[in-house]
Design a protein around this ligand. Sequence first.
Ligand code: MSP
Length: 666
Amino acid sequence: MSNPNSLYITTPIYYVNDVPHIGHAYTTVAADVLARYWRLRGRDVFFLTGLDEHGQKVQQAAVKAGIDAQAHCDRLAPQFQELWKRLNISHDAFIRTTDAPHKSAVQRYLQELFNAGLIYKADYTGWYCTFDERFWTEKDVTAGLCPDCKRPVEQLSEHNYFFKMGQYQERLLDHIKQHPDFIRPESRRNEVLGFLTTQTLGDLSISRPKSRLSWGIELPFDKDCVTYVWFDALVNYVSALEYLSKKPAFDEFWPASVHLVGKDILTTHAVYWSTMLMALNLPLPKMIFAHGWWTVNGEKMSKSRGNVVDPHKIIETIGTDAFRHFLFREVPFGQDGDFSQTTMVTILNSDLANGIGNLLSRTLTMIERFANSTIPAAGPPALPELEAKIAAAATSLPGKIEHGFRSLAFRENLQAIWELIGLCDEYIDKAAPWKLAKSPDNLPQLNTVLHTASRALRLISVLLYPYMPHTAGQLAQQLGLSWDFSKPLPQTAYEWGAPFPQAKICKGPGLFPRIETQPQGAKTVSDATIPPQSTAAIPTPAIPAPPPTTAAAPAAPAQITIDDFMKIQLKTAKVISAERVPKSEKLLKLQVSLGEGGEQRQIVAGIGKKYEPEALIGKMIIIVANLKPAKLMGIESQGMVLAAGDSEVRGLATILEDVDPGTKVK
Ligand code: MSP
C-alpha cells in the first residue's frame, strides 16, 4: 500500500440465494463500525461489500423461483442494498460478481495463471455433493453421505482444470508464522497452522463443466467450462479496486487491511485466496479476521428450523442503533454468540434506556433547571476522588478504544465506554446536584458536577459514533456541539482536557424508549425470525401491540377482608430515572426496577410538588405492582407509588432496612 493513511476493509460477498439474515448483518455492521472509526480519525478508508451471484446455490434458487438466474440476482440485490441502508452502512462500493468489469478481471487472472502454467487440465473422479458444490474423497464419505451436509453424494468423473495450489504450502506456512496478525483470532490462526503442518495441500479444481453448471464465468481458455465460484468470488477484492472506486485505487488500497469473514469461510480465504495471490505475484492481505456464528436460542440457525433471524424485524422494533449496539455488546468478536430476545431486551434496557439515555436526560434536565440551559464552566471539586477517577478513565479511554479497534475488540471497547457511563452515574448520585442547588454557596460545586458530566458525555458521543452513528449525532446536538461526523474530527475531540465552550444545550426527546418483554405496555419485541416458507420478498415488519388503555380500578370498600388485601401485590422498587411530566406541576414519570435482570416499570406518580425528580433516583420505594395500567396525561402508568398524605403528599413509603428491589411487601 503506497499510502500509509489508506485503509481497505472488506466483507464477504453474500450469496444471493436468499434474503439477508443476522449473520450477513453482523459482518457488514462490523466492517461499518471499523470504517466509521477510522474515517473519523482521518484515515482514507475504502469499504467494500457486495454480492456473490454465480454458482450452483444461486442457480438452484433461480430455478426454484422459476426465473432466469440474472433476473433472480437482480431481484435479490436490492434487498441487500435496502438492508444496508436501514442499518446505516457506509460502504464505498458495492460489487456484484455479474458486473461486466468483474467478469473480465476474473478471466484476465485465469488467463495469466494458465499462461504461467499454474493451471492445468486433468481428469477427476470423486464423490460429488450437489448441495455443497464440492467433491469429496473416498475416505471422507461414509454410507454414501456428504460428511458436511449429510445428503447423498454421487460419483462423478469429469475433465477439470486445476490450480497448482499445493506448491505454495511451505510459503504459506512461512507467511503465517512470520505475520502473527495475518489470521485472527489466535485460535483460528492455530487451526490453519495445524492443518498446514499436518496435511498435504492438494491442487484446487477451479472449473466446472457447463453441462453440470452453466451459471458462472466462462474460462477464457475453454468455452465448455465455467470457473469455480470461489475463484470468481475471491477476485472481487481486487477487481473492485479496478472499477468501483472514484480514483485509481489498486496501488493505494492493495493489500487489504482486513478481510472480515465468518469462521466457515476462513480456509477459502486463508488458503485458496492467499495461494492465488502468491501465484499472481500480488501481496497478501494484512489480516483475515474470522468471526463466530450466531445460534438462536442455543440452536443452529437454519431455514428448515424456521429460526433465521430477520434484521428488518429487529430494526422495526428496537431501531438501527440499538441493534448495532446489541451485535457487539455481549459476544466477543471471534466467538460464537447466541441470539435471544430476552438477552437483547435486557441489554437494551440496561445499557441504552437506563444507561446512556438516562445519563444524558438527567444531566440535561439539571442543566436546564440549575444552569439556565447552558453548560457551566467547572468550579472547585465537588467529589475530588470520583472526579479524579472519571478524569483518569476518560483520559485513557480514546487510547484503549484505538487499541481495541486495531485488534477488532468491539465488545471490549463498548465495555470500556460503559464503565465511564457507570462512573458518571455514580458521580451524579453521590454528588446529588439537586441538594447542592438548594444553597447558593454550593453553586460552584454544582457547576463542576454539571460540567464534568457534560464533558464525559461529549467524549462518549465521539467514541460511540462508530457503533451508533445516529445516537452520537443526537448526543452531540443535545449537548450544543456543532460537530459534523461525516468528516474527521479534530484531535481535541478525543482529549479530556480540551476546552469546552459554555454551549447552550438543546434537550430533545429521550434517546431510547424502554422495551417490554411482555405485552404489558410500551414497545414489545415480537418474533424476529423469517418464516421457513419465506420467499425473496422483504418480510413485513412486526408491529408492536398497542399498549392497553384500561382505566384505573374502582375505589376499594371501607372495610376489606384479609383475602381482599392479599389480592394487592405490594413490592419494593428502585427508582432508575425520574422526570417531570410536561405541563404538570404534580406528576413525575418514574422508571423503576423490580430487581436484577427483572422487570422494569414506568409509573406516573403525583408526587412532583414534594420531590425534585433528581432526588428520587436510586431511592427504594413501595409500589402496588398488580394495578391495571392506566394513562395519566396520556402517559401510561404501570402501577402506583405508596405515599403518606392526603390531597397533599407528605412523604414516600419506604423500608427501613436495605432490601432488594422486587421484594414482596405485606
Ligand atoms: N459467497 C460466499 C463468500 C464469498 S467471499 C469472497 C459466502 N456467502 S454466504 O452468503 O453464504 O455467507 C456469507 C457470510 O455470512 C459468511 O461470512 C458466513 O460466515 C456468514 N454467516 C452465515 N451464517 C451465519 C451465522 N449464523 N452467524 C454469523 N455469520 C454467519 O459464504
